[in-house]
Every structure is written in structure tokens, then in C-alpha cells.
Write a protein that binds this ligand. Sequence first.
Ligand code: MIG
Length: 688
Amino acid sequence: MIYRYNYNNPLNTGAVVKNISYQQQGQDFFAQRTNDENTIFTRKMDKDDIVFGLGETLRGINKRGWRYESYCSDDALHHEGKSAIYGAHNFLIIKNENITSGIFIDFPGKIIFDIGSKNYCLMEITVFGKDFDLYLISGNNEQEVTTQFRTLIGKSYIPPLWAFGYQQSRWGYRNAEDVLKIADEFEQEGIPLDSIYLDIDYMQRYKNFTVDKEKFPDFQAFVRKMKERGIRLVPIIDAGVKIEEGYEVYEEGVKNNYFCKREDGSDFVAGVWPGKTHFPDFLNKKASKWFGNWYKTLIDQGIEGFWNDMNEPAIFYSEEGIEKALSNFDKIMQKPLDVTGYFALLDNFNQLSNNREDHKIFFHNIDGKLYPHNEVHNLYGFYMTKSASEAFEKISPNKRVLMFSRSSYIGMHRYGGIWTGDNCSWWSHILLGIQQMASLNMCGFLYSGTDIGGFGGDTSEDLMLRWLQFGIFTPLMRNHSAFNTREQEPFRFSLKNEMKNTIELRYSLIPFIYSTFIDAAINDKMYFKPLSFDFPQDKRAALVEDQLFIGDEIMIAPIYQQGAKGRYVYLPEDMVLVKFKSYGQRTYQRLKKGDSYISVELDEIPIFIRKNKAIPLIKPAKNTDQLDWANMEMLAYIEDGESYTFNLYKDDGYSKNYTSFIKIGLENHNDELTFTEKPNINISLTNI
Ligand code: MIG
């Protein structure tokens, strides 16, 4: 059951698609108090309560024991001491011994979720405002609660098939030559590849929807040529629009009042990569439609996918901030510089970037009403992506376009995917990625992934390989890094063959990954699941932080520790461990329910096949266009007397009807695996 409670006059954020009428009476799940500006909810937790959710946040799958801030934040150094990162996903689940409950606070401003950090047995949620909807969901377990929540917020975005291939990115591919070189190296090494990303350098002075002619003399032809090689180019779009006379996007935006304004009606100015910019008011319907249409200029040149960046929005400085800092500077320098002065000086300039005070001085026009940015902050990235997606719907109604965003709010999962932003080349960020995937799936964000290898800092060879071994399971599989860091394309390493085998295995798994993804998207299921979602009664399973189910068939347990050549795993049921050195080189091992130590050499990828389940595998190929789905192997662990039917999803890879499921039915009869249903493709069977 879903209950909806009203608090004053909430703005319709667009998170929810199902109309649920308000409860007549107030909720009694939380104790509640208010002060001048905030609404505070508290609830006692039992010692063993587990809390899931919050989407893209820090720390574990179990959120218990920390404080999380829901306020989209550009933070490229998010270690475990931080509270806020790029997304704001206000859904959580309390798993108590007697009752499992879901909570969604539909509020676009700041919220602090203290999940027992101050007081281990107290949950305290501070909503920095008084106008919002609170949803309470009851169900028998975490899976039921999540499914109900997913029906509330609507179907998840589905990208084209090629977006499930390996994608190569780096902030530093400057021009056509650089991109060509990367493509050539992949080809020479025989490493599969589906796309190369264009970071901000492709633009003319960082102006959205422009292409620098000196770097790409004939962009359209270049895009076509790359596509003929099976490689799609994916350009970045930033939130800020450069202030520059003669630049059409800027001029149209100013003329039509499409930019966020200050209180005095002038357009707000923020310093970002292009220098001084204006922020499109994506929350204004007309402005949103206008900005979305601009993507067409790149689509017309053959582009089929985009990533939206800097849309928290990130602000290096505001004009107001600079003015204040300069006058402070004068004040500080009037006195002789002592230690206090030194720190004041440092702070004075450091606090210019992403200063939340700036969020109070610009405004959105939502249906004629003005809202200071801070009150609707968490919607900005969502609405930027919605603007693009609604335009795609018109530009290419029958074709899926790749779209994902850095900042997000629940509801955006219907319009695009997300990547988890600027992580670092740290082992702890592999683990964080595993945990984020689980929580993001609960909130409907199925198409997601991390910057594989780590964005900031220099990666190391084993870290890169281990990260790839996890990355082959994330729907968005993209290697991305920051400029001035170690180059981390697979062919840069002495372990390049191992990396190649890993990426090839991804392609072998695409029928499984794609089928599982589409099934999850159209049926409100999870692609990644924490173990307890399928074993809600198993107390050990609920505590597992570093293993996930994918669909119903497999479990993964990535290696995420430096130097590790193995790890402990917990199995809630019997499974078969398949260790892949490559698609063709594997070993099998039956494992019993319970705890096991498994050895995993640097070049091995463990996949656990669950009891009485089977997955399809195909031969790797150069790219997704060339995969041969007509010759398949079913890798099964089906015991005598048992059967399983896998729902294979195979379509043209870009249209939108999602009906092309094919059943592959298998049965073990007297220790011989046979078909109960066989489509008209070549299928070999391996039962372990
Ligand atoms: O301030 O476009 O998260 O993926 O490479 C940094 C440059 C801006 C942040 C993105 C990152 C991207 C980078 N961007």
C-alpha cells in the first residue's frame, strides 16, 4: 500500500506519475516537529534495523550509521567523510524485523537524512521547507516496497543497444586526430568498442551546440565515418550557456527570457568552463522546449547520444561572489597578515566555488511564479535532461537516443540514465560503485555506471583491471578519466590482453545484460539487487555489502582490494562459480550455501550462476552491431528434475516497442539438459 500525506502547498516536481489521493489523517509513522523554516521527522529504529535506499549517495548499501544530505553537489573528492554528491534521491526503506516500510519525500530543496549517525537508534529527517509530499509504502519486504515505489515513479529510461557496448572516454581528446588515434589503437589491438566520447574540448570556446571547426573540419563527415567503423561519438552538453555576442543560443535565450534571473530581473551570471555564462531555466516550460530543440543541431549531424554535465548546477564563481571576495580581500589585507589573516585569505577565495549562498540570488520562473534556486535546486539536472529527452521524442519518435546526466532527482530516471560523477582512482571507489548501483536501482536509475578506472588521480594497472571486471556488469560501461591524469585506455597497460579478455566477456554477456535490463525497465524490476531482495528472511544476506544479484540468474562478487587474489563470499543458496579468464577459458566449481573463500587471480572474473538458472552467452565481437545472436550457448546450473526458462530479449536495438521476448526453456531430465522451448537459433547447452 502507498499512502500520500500532504504538507502545505507542494510544487509538482514531476517525480511521481501515479495519482494517489491524500490521506485524510496525518501520518503517525514519524514523530514530527517544525521550527520557523524546517520540518523534522524522527523515528526510533531497532538495533538491527537495516536502511536501504537514497540512490546515489556515499557509504554502504545499508545506510545505517551516517548522515546524508540531499542537495545535488559537484564534489570530485567524495570520500566517506562527505554527505552530498551529484544526485538527490529521497527514497529509503526501513527493514525492521516485523515490518518493512518505504519513505519518499518529494521535495526539491535540501533534506538531511540522519540515519542513526548522531544516535544509532534514531532516524532524523530534516526537510528544509514546509511544502512537500510524503509517501509511505508498506510491504512484506524490501522487494515489494521497491516495486510499489517504482510503479509510483514510472518506467525507467531505456538506451539503444549500442549503449551496452564498451565506451571509451577521456577529458583530453581534443580533436578529430585524437579521436581517430584512439579508434585505430582499439582496432589494432582488437579490443571491442562501441563509442568514443567528446568532452568539452570539441566545442568552440565551450559553447553548447557548437563544434570547433579547427578541431573537426567536417564534423558531419567525421561522425559518419566513425559510425561506419561501428563507433558512435557521444558529445557532452554543459548546463551553462556562454555569454558571447553573436552566439545564437545566448542571444535567443536573452531575448526570450529563457535564462535564470536575479531579483532585479537581470540574467544571472555564473563563471563556468566557457567563462561567464547564463543558466537556462529548464524549469520554465518554454525555455526547456527551446533548449531541448538545440540538441537537434547535433542529431542532424549524425549524433545519437549525449551526456549532460555540470547540471547541479556547478558554479566556479558568481559575479556577486567575486565582488564580495574582493572587498573581503581588501579588508583582510588592511591588517598585517597573521595566521588568522592567512586562513581568512585562503577561505575567502576557496569558498567562491559552488557556494550555496549563490543559489539564493537567482530565480526560476515556473508557470509564472518565481522560485529562488535553492528551493528547487535538486530539480535542475533532472529538468535539463527532461528537456533533451522530450525533444528527442519529437526529433526521433521511433529511435532511442543515449542520454545520461550527472545531476539527478527521482523522476529523471524516466528520461535518461546517470553516471556517478567524478570518482577517484581509489579501490574504495570500486566498492562505492557496487553499492551505488544497488541503491540507484531501487530509485529507478537502471542505466548507470561509474567512471571505470577512476576519474581523478592516476590509476594503477591492477586497479584498472579489477574495475573493468566489475564494470562489465554495469549497463553503462564507460572508461573515463580527467585530463592530466594517467592515460587509461586498455591498450596503455602491460595487462592489455587481460583487459581485452574482460571487455570481450562483456560482449559475450550482452544478450543476458540487455534482456535483464529491458525486463527490469518494462516490469519495474531491479537489474542489480542486494542479496536480501531475493532472500528477505536471510539475516546474513541483508548484511552483504559487496555482492549483488543481476536479474534472477547470477550473482557477482567483484574484487575491490589492492593485492587481493581472492575473497570471502556469502551464498544464500547453492551456486556454481564460473571463473572466466576469457569468454572461452573458464573453470567451474559448485559451491554450497553459506560462506566460502574463493581464489580469484588477477586475470579471472567470477560469475555465480544461481541454482536452477541459466544464462545465454555468445561469441564476443568488435562491437554490438556485429554480435551474432544466432549462435548461442546456454550456461546452466539446473539440477535433475528441475527446469528454467530464460526470457531472451532481441530486437533491432533502437526501436521502442519492447515486445521481442523469446523464451528459451530448459529442463534437466535424468541428468541430461534438454529444451522445453527452443527458438529458431543455434543453441548449445552447458550444464554444470
Ligand atoms: O569541471 O567536462 O564530471 O566527467 O570530464 C569538470 C570536463 C567538468 C566534470 C565531469 C567530467 C568531465 C569534466 N567535467
